[in-house]
Design a protein around this ligand. Structure first.
Ligand SMILES: N[C@@H](CCC(=O)N[C@@H](CS)C(=O)NCC(=O)O)C(=O)O
Length: 246
């Protein structure tokens, strides 16, 4: 069976997982914690980055490649005749929204050890959770350094999130139900998956804390973003589309 190697908590991995589940393509997930994912990715044939999908056709090392591959097997579900626009939006969210939501979410969460340990343990080997418990300060320091998570970086990234939410607000302002018009596409899936670390939709299968357990500043940000048209749209995509199988 095809094997998806992931950092379970990663929103890019969620993007790939959602596409595979929506199109009912069978796969098994080999999920890991950040940093501890590296040996598994190497074993699968990748370098460091997740998701990696090992298929009979070869190895796919990027969420966008995975969506293209899914589309070849199940045409008409992720892309439509407006493919050019859908792909351009997918790229914009991949390149700018994903890194920004990740940095802002980690900035708020990493100081909260209990919270992180509570939500990072879904679908990963038990020993990795124990390892993280013991080496938490080291792991957090590595993540802060690797992803440049500091107050100035989080501020810049939040500005980027607001800019992209503004673009999505604008796009939705004519009342269209989906980003490219009347049909759900990879653009909607990518926006919702990559915005999820700051929207926390309850249907996200790995990371869905109720806002009340979050630090107050993070709670306020989630409430602010959910109240925008783009935020409400991301929440609706999860509510209406995440469990739909075509
Ligand atoms: N462009 C890539 C981005 C993937 C990405 O940033 N993956 C992160 C997780 S959110 C990762 O695996 N980071 C770990 C590392 O590079 O060591 C894709 O769309 O697949």
């Amino acid at each position: 069976m095809d094997r998806l190697t992931t950092i379970t908590i990663s929103h890019y991995c969620e993007k790939a997982r959602w596409a595979l589940q929506r199109t009912h393509l069978p796969f098994e997930e080999d999920g890991h914690l950040p940093i501890l994912h590296v040996p598994a990715v190497r074993r699968a044939g990748g370098q460091r980055s997740t998701p990696v999908l090992k298929t009979a056709d070869g190895l796919l090392k990027d969420s966008t490649d995975i969506l293209r591959w899914v589309d070849q097997r199940r045409p008409g579900i992720l892309f439509s005749e407006q493919r050019g626009e859908e792909e351009a939006l997918e790229d914009r969210f991949d390149e700018h929204l994903g890194p920004a939501t990740r940095r802002v979410a980690y900035f708020h969460l990493l100081p909260r050890r209990a919270l992180v340990l509570q939500f990072l343990n879904t679908g990963v080997p038990g020993w990795e959770v124990w390892f993280l418990r013991i080496f938490f300060p080291v792991a957090v320091a590595m993540m802060r350094r690797g992803l440049k998570i500091d107050a100035a970086g989080a501020e810049r990234s939040l500005k980027k999130v607001r800019e992209i939410f503004g673009e999505v607000n604008q796009r939705l302002s004519d009342g269209r139900p989906y980003l490219c018009g009347q049909k759900f596409s990879a653009a909607d899936l990518t926006f919702a998956a990559l915005a999820a670390p700051l929207l926390l939709p309850p249907e996200q299968p790995v990371f869905h804390p109720t806002p009340e357990v979050l630090p107050p500043a993070f709670q306020a940000l989630v409430a602010e973003l959910r109240a925008t048209p783009a935020g409400a749209f991301g929440m609706r995509m999860y509510r209406e589309e995440r469990t739909r199988v075509l």
